[in-house]
Write a protein that binds this ligand. Structure first.
Ligand code: FEO
Length: 393
């Protein structure tokens, strides 16, 4: 156990090896942690568990450090298996322990475990006195599951926020002031872009609601990655910034897939056009770039230019899959344009342009396309295309 603050302890698992999460959907280059917490007061409270592959290690740790018979209640902030996966194994050993969760959490727990446990439903504003401290519950519906909630430990002033404010990051230290800040922020924004972005408007409202509650917050302890104890509000402010519909950083992204470099050459010429108008850009070949990292870059980009050569009357698959993923993650509201080379029919750039519009991007320019390898003259037209796009920003 590691003390977080005033008898609130971390009893989680560091998963150094994790490289893919949510099945294989999300890359986790820096591993992850499953943060579970014990609050020792007149009552001993366990908040969340860990992913089931670690259930034995987790329960053994609890037995050694706390004693299972001493656990008076369990709070399940969110029933996704990376947090509640060990609940079944734990409850086999302490089957009468009361569980507290949101209304949606009750359904989720029953749906996952099919057991008749002592489940107590709580809602926003409900509280439980556990001795010196009081637990206050705040539903976090769709941040990012219907059942999500946070538990505020009033007295210790610790927010146990579950997925919100987390990162897939297995760091050298559990605390934000003891880790590499670039790594930490890369992982925090990647988490937001790939998991929370579809719920951006809800997050903005929820942060406003939590601010209005005027909670004294000394520590924010999420269920993945580091615990924010040094200026914990910094991550709330970042979430508020990221949840704005016009959030972006100061660069464009040109993302393309290419067979024989014609589309790649066009991408580089378009980048030159952007640069001529003081717009910096990053170029990514979507077929060789990690999808989760690419989504993070697209989330941060202030504008997106997307290209593919035409194949079978459409686009290369990495681009069509990326457009689909962008729609699902509700990446929208950015200026965008399309380009690409073709050999015969040339539908690819038009498909991209239409799909960008359908996804909610702002597309004003007609796509630019050229047959086979672009000539010097055509590359100049690509530069001009980049200049025109830049001027429209
Ligand atoms: Fe980390 Fe939604 O589970």
């Amino acid at each position: 156990m590691i003390e977080v603050k005033n008898n609130v302890y971390w009893v989680g698992i560091k998963d150094w090896d994790l490289r893919r999460f949510h099945g294989h959907e999300l890359s986790t280059h820096r591993g992850s942690t499953y943060n579970s917490y014990i609050i020792k007061d007149e009552k001993t409270v366990l908040v969340d568990t860990v992913w089931n592959p670690y259930k034995e290690e987790f329960v053994e740790n609890l037995e050694r450090e706390v004693g299972l018979e001493n656990i008076d209640m369990i709070i399940i902030n969110h029933c996704e298996p990376d947090h509640a996966g060990s609940l079944g194994y734990l409850m086999e050993k302490i089957p009468n322990t009361p569980i507290y969760c949101s209304k949606n959490g009750e359904q989720s727990i029953k749906g996952h475990f099919h057991k008749d446990w002592n489940i107590n439903v709580v809602k926003t504003g409900d509280s439980l006195k556990i001795g010196e401290n009081e637990l206050v519950f705040v539903e976090m519906t769709m941040m990012h599951w219907p059942d999500s909630m946070l538990t505020y430990v009033k007295g210790a002033n610790v927010v146990l926020s579950n997925d919100a404010f987390g990162q897939h990051y297995s760091p050298s230290s559990l605390f934000n002031d003891q880790v590499d800040q670039c790594e930490l922020y890369q992982e925090a924004i990647k988490y937001f872009a790939n998991i929370l972005n579809p719920f951006r408007p809800l997050i903005k409202k929820k942060i406003e609601e939590i601010k209005a509650m005027n909670l004294d917050i000394d520590v924010i302890a999420p269920s993945h990655g580091v615990i924010w104890r040094d200026n914990p509000i910094q991550i709330v402010e970042k979430y508020y910034e990221w949840s704005q519909s016009d959030f972006s950083e100061d660069y464009a992204v040109i993302v393309y897939d290419t067979m024989y470099d014609a589309t790649k050459n066009m991408a580089q010429a378009i980048a030159e056009g952007l640069r001529n108008n003081n717009i910096n850009s990053k170029l990514y070949n979507s077929s060789v770039t990690d999808k989760s990292d690419l989504i993070t870059e697209l989330f941060k980009a202030k504008a997106i230019i997307m290209g593919s050569c035409t194949v079978n009357n459409g686009t290369l698959s990495s681009i069509s899959m990326l457009l689909e993923e962008m729609q699902l993650l509700k990446l929208k509201n950015k200026p965008a344009a399309a380009f690409g080379s073709f050999g015969w029919s040339g539908e690819g750039p038009g498909h991209i342009s239409e799909r960008l519009k359908k996804n909610g991007m702002k597309v004003d320019l007609e796509p630019i396309k050229f047959k086979y390898q672009p000539t010097e003259e055509q590359l100049k037209e690509c530069v001009e295309f980049g200049e025109k796009f830049a001027q429209s920003l």
